[in-house]
Design a protein around this ligand. Structure first.
Ligand SMILES: Cc1cc2nc3c(=O)[nH]c(=O)nc-3n(C[C@H](O)[C@H](O)[C@H](O)COP(=O)(O)O)c2cc1C
Length: 366
């Protein structure tokens, strides 16, 4: 039996956060469906403008927060009483703006990774009910954030997501040479972060495990190993509600374990993806002579040197259905997807026993 998950002032019926998936893979449709089913649904803010009605090809930074607000509103239309939050990448140029837009639009939880969100409490200061949740891959990163937040803002995180570079999808907070060689032990880090907050700050905050969690057994394992909840992303791609194109979902259905690997992102971080088409991805923008179109990342080797490829457009192409020259991010488990289903069906599979348990007890008690 799992327990509800309380993060700050918000309690979700099930201990599950749907991980943010940038460039409109998790927009309002998916986040709303997860929130309606009793989890925490995250609208990913990265590249929100692209493929939105707000974008005219030139106004990326004006369109981005407006498109984000549209998607948060959409999620709340689907789940009026649900817990809808956002995922904001620290590496994006308009991090501050997207945090503020999230708060203004009523996000209840902010989950921030791809860098250390050192100024997050300041940006969300006018919204004390909004829960602040950094993503880390090491105890050291959690310590750095806690010390800085406490000293500068007298605030500590409401929860921490521990993301496992060996299994998670998308950008990874690790050096490529340290991935897959035993440098990371996900649950040792989960317990280490938990102990750190208990011992150093006398604080019992939820620690959420992310990466490689697919079925009910994985969730029970994570909880046994000391996590208070899980963050799952890849599992939700092959749903009717996921905001990506049909072709993106089909790429998950078709891929094998061998198709999933690491690429080096122009953001300077490794990323996990379906890697077979990486040369075509590289060639696409270079071949068409396309220079950095929006300046979306703070640091980007494509922006400065035309090295690698334009990541936001590569992700956008895949999201819209061009999986030939587009980049499909995924976790190590994506090959396990075998059908398009619904978010509610996934929740039923993950937590169904729990719904029937009280009913069975009642029946047994006459
Ligand atoms: C398609 C895709 C896009 C992602 N985009 C983001 C993102 O924009 N920001 C972020 O912090 N994490 C991102 N992630 C990571 C997930 O939120 C999550 O932590 C991770 O994938 C969990 O592992 P799992 O996919 O095995 O469940 C992405 C993952 C995938 C699969």
């Amino acid at each position: 039996m799992t327990k509800p998950l309380t993060i700050g002032k918000h309690t979700a019926r099930f201990p599950l956060i749907q991980g943010g998936m940038g460039v409109r893979v998790s927009a309002g449709g998916l986040a709303g469906a997860v929130a309606r089913s009793g989890g925490i649904g995250l609208v990913a803010t990265a590249g929100m403008a692209l493929n939105s009605s707000r974008y005219d090809g030139k106004n990326f930074f004006t369109a981005d927060p407006l498109a984000l607000k549209d998607e948060i509103a959409k999620a709340y239309r689907i789940a009026p009483d649900g817990i809808v939050g956002t995922n904001v990448m620290v590496a994006v140029t308009n991090f501050d703006e997207m945090v503020r837009a999230s708060c203004e639009a009523g996000a209840k939880v902010l989950v921030c990774g791809a860098g250390l969100p050192l100024n997050l409490p300041e940006l969300a200061a006018d919204y004390p009910d909004v829960a602040l949740v950094p993503i880390v891959s090491s105890v050291k990163a959690a310590e750095l954030i806690a010390r800085k937040w406490q000293k500068a803002y007298n605030r500590l995180p409401d929860a921490i997501v521990v993301e496992d570079p060996d299994t998670a999808g998308g950008h990874l907070g690790a050096k490529p040479e340290n991935i897959g060689n035993g440098s990371y032990d996900q649950y040792a880090t989960v317990r280490g972060v938990k102990d750190y907050f208990r011992e150093e700050w006398n604080l019992d905050i939820p620690i959420i495990a992310a990466g490689g969690i697919w079925d009910r057994n994985d969730i029970l394992h994570a909880l046994e190993q000391g996590a208070d909840g899980v963050q799952m992303a890849s599992r939700f791609v092959c749903t009717e509600e996921c905001d990506a194109s049909e072709a993106f979902k089909q790429a998950y259905l078709k891929c094998t374990q061998d198709d999933i690997g690491l690429i080096m992102s122009p953001a300077g971080l490794p990323g996990r993806a379906i890697v077979g088409n990486i040369d075509k991805i590289r060639q696409r923008d270079i071949g068409l002579g396309i220079r950095c179109p929006s300046g979306c990342l703070k640091k980007c080797t494509y922006k400065t040197e035309q090295e690698r490829f334009c990541i936001v457009h590569a992700l956008d192409r895949a999201q819209r259905g061009d999986v030939e020259t587009g980049l499909v991010f995924c976790g190590t488990n994506a090959w396990k997807a075998d059908r398009i289903t619904t978010v509610q069906a996934i929740f039923d599979e993950l937590f169904a026993l729990e719904k029937s348990e009280p009913a069975l007890e009642e029946a047994a008690n006459g």
